[in-house]
Write a protein that binds this ligand. Structure first.
Ligand code: HEC
Length: 133
């Protein structure tokens, strides 16, 4: 009885450790695609968060507004490279001179992909646009 208890609690601990060690980072990596790293590297996160407005609108709100628009990627690339004003509020976004067009496109595609991740529309047409550049 005692040894059974010890053995089973050991395997329980082992299971918990295994889950913590192997699966948690994997899940985090899936939830934080390269796009977030790019947004951090380019300092977008100084003004934007994924899920809430800071200085600029939440990236998920941008994704929602542009959802289903065929020109969405180009529109966002344009906004990132040239800046944006009067679309979301009184504060303008300065042009992001340090971002090159390829990065802007990758960022735009990532931002738009956030609409799908919200779970509102698993079949969003943007899912097709995303990987095809
Ligand atoms: C200094 C603060 C600031 C920084 C840095 C910044 N943004 Fe913005 N961003 C804003 C604001 C404010 C708006 C809303 C502008 C408006 O009302 O048109 C905005 C709007 C946007 C939009 C929506 C444009 C549209 O057409 O609706 C996108 C996309 C965007 N930002 C992406 C980015 C990306 C990507 C980066 C990093 C390369 C970035 N932003 C860096 C403040 C910022």
């Amino acid at each position: 009885m005692n040894s059974f208890f010890i053995r089973s609690s050991f395997s329980l601990v082992g299971l918990v450790l295994l889950t913590a060690a192997c699966c948690a980072p994997a899940r985090m990596a899936a939830a934080q695609p390269v796009g977030l790293g790019l947004a951090q590297a380019n300092n977008c996160v100084a003004c934007h968060q994924v899920d809430r407005k800071v200085v600029g609108p939440a990236f998920s709100a941008i994704a929602e507004r542009f959802a289903g628009q065929p020109e969405a990627v180009d529109a966002l690339v344009h906004g990132i490279l040239n800046g944006s004003r009067n679309k979301w509020g009184p504060v303008p976004m300065p042009r992001q001179v340090h971002v090159d067009p390829d990065e802007a496109r990758a960022l735009a595609q990532w931002i738009l992909s956030l609409y799908k991740h919200r779970g509102d529309s698993p079949d969003s047409p943007l899912a097709n646009n995303r990987e095809s550049k």
